[in-house]
Design a protein around this ligand. Structure first.
Ligand SMILES: NC(=O)C1=CN([C@@H]2O[C@H](COP(=O)(O)OP(=O)(O)OC[C@H]3O[C@@H](n4cnc5c(N)ncnc54)[C@H](OP(=O)(O)O)[C@@H]3O)[C@@H](O)[C@H]2O)C=CC1
Ligand SMILES: N[C@@H](CC(=O)OP(=O)(O)O)C(=O)O
Length: 370
């Protein structure tokens, strides 16, 4: 850990603390080296109760002792005024207004919800890919006339899984032109209680509302760059120098946690890299958050399996405590160039872990007053 943070305790709040993603936040933050749980928010249904009474706990480890008796509040900024950072696992129907109110009250919000991902002033960050986009928060503060407050979002959980190997490959071999991705998404992606058991047991549902459009758009923002304008201000630049075409097909499958995706890609570079060069580039991939010492970043970002029947959700979803991604079946594609399978834990690196690493990076890069 960086010296400046040695012994520091930074108070954080969690909105949507009782939900699927919220519970993962509570579990991870209760053991964090410098973030300390300070305030919990949820709906009026939960407000006024202790956390243990409000939550329908579904984690494999018990509710952390320090969290059990904490009170759950309604999501109003005054209850979170002492928090340097607020994490949001709010339902998207509620997240829009609540997160804006928190930002306007000079709070720093790291959100999982989709509401602000397309906002041109809000960074959409998969920490294993584009933590450098954090710098846009300066412009967001200026536009909203704020000194401290801003919103940073993380991506859709399916987008998160496959942009990590895509980023590794673009870094090593230059732009990717075409990407076809077919997802097999876990039930927990739909929150609790999610998909009815009579719909998902013994079944596959070949439709997840809005998911394909999100994947196809978010990928371009995440893999895009930042341009500096004449006045020194910064803007996002979608992946456009060599246009990237993405086509996604999304399916819900009877798996509890872990999204598995079959990916085929075509490179701009001719001749394209071989499967072995692709494997080596993925293993070597080291994102900034690892280099700058974010404590929740995986030590190894991409694990590449050699066995022909991996990755599998039951076996591989806890790789690096759910913070890394697992790739396998890297092989030649007779239509595009290369195809492979990627698996990521949707509630960890697909949600809470991403927000936490983003917040760690923001602290280490000086974007949070502590
Ligand atoms: N599950 C996943 O894999 C991923 C989820 N996300 C996103 O993260 C967010 C949370 O998802 P998830 O945890 O699955 O959802 P859940 O439905 O499990 O949890 C929703 C949370 O929001 C709270 N809430 C609902 N309505 C209100 C309201 N009107 N005011 C205040 N709080 C409210 C709930 O509180 P209460 O218990 O009191 O009702 C609960 O804490 C969503 O935006 C989702 O799209 C993103 C990536 C992956
Ligand atoms: N829709 C995803 C989870 C999710 O909530 O996505 P988003 O944060 O983009 O709304 C899934 O069902 O697996």
């Amino acid at each position: 850990m960086s010296n400046q943070l040695e012994g520091k305790k930074i108070k954080v709040g969690v909105l949507g603390a009782t939900g699927t993603v919220g519970q993962r936040f509570i579990t991870l933050l209760s053991e964090h080296p410098f973030f300390v749980l300070h305030a919990f928010g949820a709906s009026a249904r939960s407000a006024g109760k202790t956390y243990a009474k409000a939550v329908n706990w579904k984690q494999t480890t018990p509710i952390p002792a320090g969290a059990r008796e904490m009170l759950v509040y309604e999501c109003t900024p005054d209850k979170f005024a002492d928090c340097a950072i607020v994490f949001s696992g709010l339902d998207a129907d509620a997240a829009g207004d609540i997160e804006a109110a928190f930002r306007d009250a000079e709070l720093v919000v790291f959100s999982n919800a989709k509401n602000y991902r397309r906002d041109p002033l809000v960074p959409l960050i998969v920490p294993l890919v584009n933590a450098s986009h954090l710098s846009i928060v300066h412009k967001q503060r200026l536009q909203h006339n704020l000194k401290k407050g801003y919103i940073v979002t993380n991506a859709n959980c399916s987008t998160t899984a496959f942009v990590v190997p895509l980023s590794a490959l673009e870094k090593a071999f230059g732009p990717i032109e075409t990407c076809m991705v077919t997802t097999m998404q876990a039930i927990s992606g739909a929150g609790y209680p999610g998909v009815a058991s009579l719909d998902i047991m013994d079944n596959i549902v070949p439709y997840i509302s809005g998911e394909e459009e999100k994947i196809e758009w978010e990928t371009l923002k995440i893999l895009g760059g930042i341009t500096e304008e004449d006045d020194g201000s910064q803007s996002f630049e979608m992946h456009s120098k060599t246009p990237l075409r993405v086509s996604a097909s999304c399916n819900r499958v009877p798996v509890i946690d872990g999204h598995t995706e079959c990916v085929s890609i075509r490179f701009h570079k001719r001749p394209p890299p071989s499967p072995q060069q692709v494997r080596e580039a993925m293993v070597a991939y080291t994102p900034d958050v690892q280099t700058i010492g974010c404590p929740s970043a995986p030590r190894q970002t991409i694990f590449v399996h050699e066995e022909p029947d991996r990755p599998q959700p039951r076996l591989d979803r806890y790789f690096q405590n759910g913070a890394g991604v697992s790739v396998g079946r890297v092989r030649q594609c007779p239509v595009l160039d290369i195809k492979f399978v990627v698996l990521a834990n949707n509630v960890s690196i697909g949600a809470a872990t991403s927000s936490i690493i983003n917040a760690e990076a923001a602290v280490l890069k000086g974007f949070v007053d502590i």
